[in-house]
Design a protein around this ligand. Structure first.
Ligand SMILES: Nc1ncnc2c1ncn2[C@@H]1O[C@H](COP(=O)(O)OP(=O)(O)OP(=O)(O)O)[C@@H](O)[C@H]1O
Ligand SMILES: [Mg+2]
Length: 303
């Protein structure tokens, strides 16, 4: 039965209307290619992600003012912060001019053991200008400012901002001063992303607090948004039968297993989609979900 269904589909006559057009094309291909597509990264524009991107674009086109607004993207680990930032960066890619590289959106990661020197070193690396010699801090600072201006950076994004908390009290304060200094000097919006600790760190500074608008990506609950996210996942895996996962019962089951983050959910669904192809089930069903080798963060911790 499975074989005749496959033949049908490769002949192009099967109904694939439950899939997005791109997934429909892939669904007609042999298993090997379908598996590769299932395992690849995908972008789903769920409501909060789309809202975050809109806010980022608003910041991007903000007129230069004395005081620029900043944004703080806060959420648990594995919940889509870096994906949103990457999507934003790609929407404003670098432009190569004859004499220089223009980098409209510069993304850097806060080093895990932060010192001001390390921060500037990471910033230089993100600018594609790795440090060759040792600089005095004041010179390093001037160099960074000059290069940021030369690259016409319009938004500076600092991912893993919670790492400022890794430092001692003094170094944390030094960082908060540094962020304020950069914002004032460059007059560009700063965007931070991190877990809740990043928000607590910023809140500890009165001046920064009212300049950083927090935008949260909370853990997923089995509500309407989750059902629509599941519907998008279901429509993007090239399976030949519809997956009945976009309902509150399945949302509740899937989010419990994946502990409510989109990263774990994507992992679980990917495993189930692979099982669905390999077993001939061709849909994310209870059976495919039982066949999926996925273990949630809690189970992984136990083993
Ligand atoms: N918009 C999206 N569409 C589809 N999958 C997504 C999306 N956002 C995130 N994911 C999935 O979640 C995973 C984790 O996302 P991401 O790396 O952005 O998390 P994070 O919040 O930055 O986590 P951390 O705090 O650990 O850095 C991704 O690898 C991807 O599988
Ligand atoms: Mg991240």
């Amino acid at each position: 039965m499975v074989t005749s269904m496959n033949t049908d589909i490769e002949g192009g006559s099967a109904d694939l209307s439950h899939l997005h057009p791109a997934a429909q094309r892939i669904a007609r291909l042999p298993d090997e290619e379908r598996l590769r597509y299932v395992r690849a990264d995908r972008w789903i524009g769920y409501t909060r992600a789309t809202a975050a991107l809109e806010q980022l674009d608003t910041l991007f086109s903000w007129p230069t003012k004395q005081r620029m607004p900043n944004l703080l993207l806060i959420g648990p680990t594995n919940n889509g912060k870096s994906m949103i930032i990457e999507k934003f960066r790609r929407a404003h890619p670098p432009i190569t001019h004859e004499d220089r590289e223009e980098i409209p959106v510069l993304v850097m990661q806060m080093p895990s053991d932060p010192s001001v020197t390390r921060f500037y070193t990471a910033l230089l690396a993100a600018l594609g200008a790795p440090m060759r010699s040792r600089y005095r801090l004041a010179d390093l600072e001037q160099l960074v400012l000059r290069l940021l201006r030369a690259a016409s950076v319009r938004v500076l994004v600092i991912d893993e901002l919670h790492n400022v908390l890794g430092g001692r009290g003094d170094s944390r304060r030094e960082f908060l001063n540094l962020l304020r200094f950069l914002g004032n000097e460059l007059r560009i919006p700063l965007v931070g992303a991190g877990i809740r600790d990043a928000y607590l760190a910023i809140r500890a500074d009165d001046q920064l607090e009212n300049r950083f608008a927090p935008l949260t990506l909370p853990r997923w609950e089995p509500d309407e948004d989750a059902c629509s996210l599941l519907a998008s996942f279901a429509a993007s895996f090239p399976l030949r039968r519809p997956s009945p996962i976009a309902n509150p019962e399945m949302a509740s089951y899937l989010l419990t297993r994946s502990e409510g983050t989109i990263g774990e959910l994507a992992h679980l669904l990917t495993d189930a989609a692979v099982a669905a192809i390999e077993s001939g089930e061709e849909a994310i069903t209870q059976r495919a979900l039982l066949l999926a080798p996925y273990e949630g963060p809690f189970e992984r911790e136990l083993t």
